[in-house]
Design a protein around this ligand. Structure first.
Ligand code: GLP
Length: 263
């Protein structure tokens, strides 16, 4: 696992966007580049930079297919807190050459969630899997909506949200946890770790415990993000603020090993 520590949130986002752009630009195969994407506040700066690069002609999404991580169950697309709305508002609507038919987001209004999730897995497989899955994590270490004690081999399915997560996410729902949907559709931990590469953003003091668990704890379904330790090509991009719970030797190790500029 690589842990790329950046001074602050802006630099973390710039690093992540540069990494993603370099991967897309280096992709020379006929088949599309398949990119997994998250929502939440963490990726917003990355999306801004990807949009800037795209509008400046430095990065094309013409040959990119995207799959989002998750969606609230029961929220229509038009709801301003749906992840469909978030992705269009923060990324897709601003890209010059993203093809709408290449955007995949789980349908939170489906009347057959199991079929919806099975079809999503099948569609990912039809492209030959995901090349790069970007993610964020919750304060309890959830990756997508895979809350503590979700199987580390889980696939796309319905997830119940914990009270903690509904409280954290209530900031987007008038500070009322009851207004946060109780269920979501989410890719599984296995879906994410099947990707060729995984890049997870972890920033801010409130994620310090989760970062330490991801990097230094044992692999455990209690911290579903810890499954990344078993992935052959996982990268954590983080800011200094999130490093507060790392041991000094781990912190120094990652600074040392990443001191040369590289992508
Ligand atoms: C939600 C999403 C996750 C996201 C997490 C963290 O619960 N389902 O995919 O990683 O929030 O959000 P934030 O980046 O706002 O801290």
């Amino acid at each position: 696992m690589r842990v790329v520590i950046q001074e602050n949130y802006e630099k973390m986002c710039k690093w992540a966007a540069d990494y993603i752009a370099a991967k897309i630009n280096a992709h020379k195969e006929d088949r599309p580049f398949v990119l997994g994407l998250p929502t939440g506040s963490s990726p917003i700066g990355v999306y801004k930079e990807l949009v800037r690069k795209n509008q400046a002609g430095e990065l094309s999404f013409k040959n990119v297919v995207t799959f989002n991580m998750d969606e609230y169950l029961g929220l229509p697309r038009e709801h301003d807190q749906s992840y469909w709305y978030f992705m269009h508002d923060n990324l897709f609507d601003h890209l010059t050459d993203m093809k709408p038919e290449n955007i995949n987001i789980l349908n939170g209004m489906t009347d057959d969630p199991e079929a919806e999730c099975a079809a999503y897995e099948a569609k990912i497989a039809s492209y030959g899997g995901i090349d790069l899955f970007m993610g964020g994590i919750g304060v309890d270490g959830h990756l997508a909506f895979n809350e503590p004690f979700t199987s580390l081999s889980s696939r796309t399915g319905v997830r119940a949200l914990t009270t903690d997560t509904r409280i954290v996410n209530s900031r987007f729902f008038g500070n009322d946890p009851e207004k946060v949907p109780a269920y979501a559709l989410s890719v599984g931990i296995g879906t994410v770790t099947d990707s060729k590469e995984v890049l997870v953003l972890i920033n801010g003091h409130n994620k310090a415990r989760a970062l330490a668990a991801t990097v230094e704890g044992g692999v455990s379904q209690k911290w579903t993000c810890s499954a990344l330790q078993l992935h052959p090509a996982a990268i954590i991009a983080c800011d200094e603020a999130a490093c507060g719970e790392l041991t000094v030797d781990a912190y120094k190790y990652f600074l040392d090993i990443e001191k040369e500029e590289r992508l």
